[in-house]
Write a new protein. Structure first.
Length: 289
C-alpha cells in the first residue's frame, strides 16, 4: 500500500511534465487500486467486529447481571458507531465514483481513519473478553483503554466530517484552474501541495491499524492497543490539524484575488473543535504497555 500511495503522489505532482490525459489515466489507475483495497479492508474489519460481538456475547452468561448489562450497553454503543462509520464509508465510495481525478491525499486518509475507527470499536468490544469483569487491576486497565478508545473515536468522527467537507468541495471544483502569481494551476494541485503531510500520516495510521488486528484462520481478530500507539495516533491527528490549518491560512491570503477559495468549507472553527476533542483524549490516563 505504501508503494501505491507514493507512486500516486509522484504522479499527481508531475502533471506539468506529461500530457494531462496521460497523467489523469495513470493517476486514476493507481489511486483506484489503492482505494479499492482500502474499502475491501474496511468490509473485512466490520466482519471481524461482528464476530467479536458474537464471541463476547457467548461468554457473558456466567457473569453477574450488572456486568452483563455493562457489556451489552457497550456492544450497542459500538454497533451504533460502526453503523455511522459504514455510512461514511459508503458516501466515500459514491464520491470516488464521480471524480475524473483522484484527490487521493484526503480520500486515502479518510478511508484509513474510517478503518481504524471500526478497528477501535472492535477492540473495545473484545476488551470485555480479554479483561473479565471483577478483576480489580485488569478492570482499571480495561477502563482506561475503553475511555481512550471512545475519546479517539470522537476525534476520528470529527476528522471524517472535516474530510467530507473538503471532498464535497473538491467534487464541485475538480475541473477548476486558478491563476496564482500569473501562473495557471489546477485547483487540485493547491490542495495536494498543502495537504502533503497527510500522506505520511496516512501510512503511520495504517501501521497502527495493523498493530490492532491479526488474521487467524483467515478471519480478523482484534488485539489490545498499546499506550504508545494511541499516543502516536494523537500525534498523527496533530499533523492533520496543522496541514489543514496551513491550507486555510494560504486560502485566506489568496481569497481576495481568487474568489473560488472563499467557498472552501473547512474553517478555523472546525479545527478548533477537533483540537478540543484531541486534547480531551490526550488528557486521559494511559496504561502500562
Amino acid at each position: 500500500m505504501a508503494g501505491l500511495l507514493v507512486e500516486a503522489h509522484r504522479l499527481l505532482h508531475t502533471w506539468q511534465d506529461e500530457s494531462s490525459l496521460e497523467t489523469e489515466s495513470r493517476v486514476n489507475s493507481v489511486c483506484s487500486i489503492s482505494l479499492i483495497a482500502e474499502m475491501a479492508e474496511f468490509e473485512a474489519i466490520v466482519e471481524g467486529f461482528e464476530e467479536a460481538i458474537e464471541s463476547v456475547e457467548g461468554g457473558i452468561e456466567e457473569l453477574p447481571e450488572e456486568a452483563q448489562e455493562i457489556i451489552r450497553s457497550e456492544i450497542v454503543e459500538a454497533q451504533a458507531a460502526i453503523e455511522e462509520l459504514s455510512v461514511t464509508e459508503s458516501n466515500l465510495k459514491k464520491f470516488l465514483l464521480t471524480l475524473k481525478d483522484c484527490v487521493f491525499t484526503v480520500a486515502k486518509f479518510t478511508a484509513q481513519n474510517i478503518a481504524i475507527g471500526a478497528i477501535l470499536w472492535g477492540v473495545n468490544v473484545t476488551l470485555n473478553k480479554l479483561f473479565p469483569q471483577g478483576h480489580t487491576g485488569q478492570s482499571e486497565t480495561h477502563k482506561r483503554m475503553s475511555n481512550v478508545i471512545k475519546a479517539l473515536s470522537d476525534v476520528i468522527n470529527t476528522e471524517a466530517n472535516i474530510n467530507q467537507k473538503a471532498l464535497d468541495w473538491m467534487k464541485v471544483h475538480k475541473d477548476d484552474t486558478i491563476t496564482l502569481d500569473e501562473i495557471e494551476v489546477p485547483m487540485e494541485a493547491i490542495l495536494s501541495k498543502h495537504l502533503t503531510p497527510i500522506v505520511e500520516a496516512s501510512e503511520q495510521t495504517n501501521a497502527i491499524a495493523e498493530s490492532l488486528q491479526e488474521k487467524v484462520d483467515g478471519k480478523i481478530q482484534f488485539k489490545c492497543p498499546t499506550a504508545y500507539n494511541m499516543k502516536k495516533f494523537m500525534e498523527i491527528t496533530e499533523v492533520f490539524i496543522k496541514a489543514f490549518n496551513d491550507l486555510i491560512t494560504f486560502m485566506k491570503e489568496k481569497e481576495e484575488k481568487v474568489k473560488e477559495l472563499q467557498t472552501f468549507p473547512v474553517k478555523d472553527g472546525d479545527l478548533k473543535d477537533l483540537t478540543a476533542k484531541l486534547y480531551v483524549a490526550m488528557a486521559l490516563p494511559m496504561w502500562d504497555d
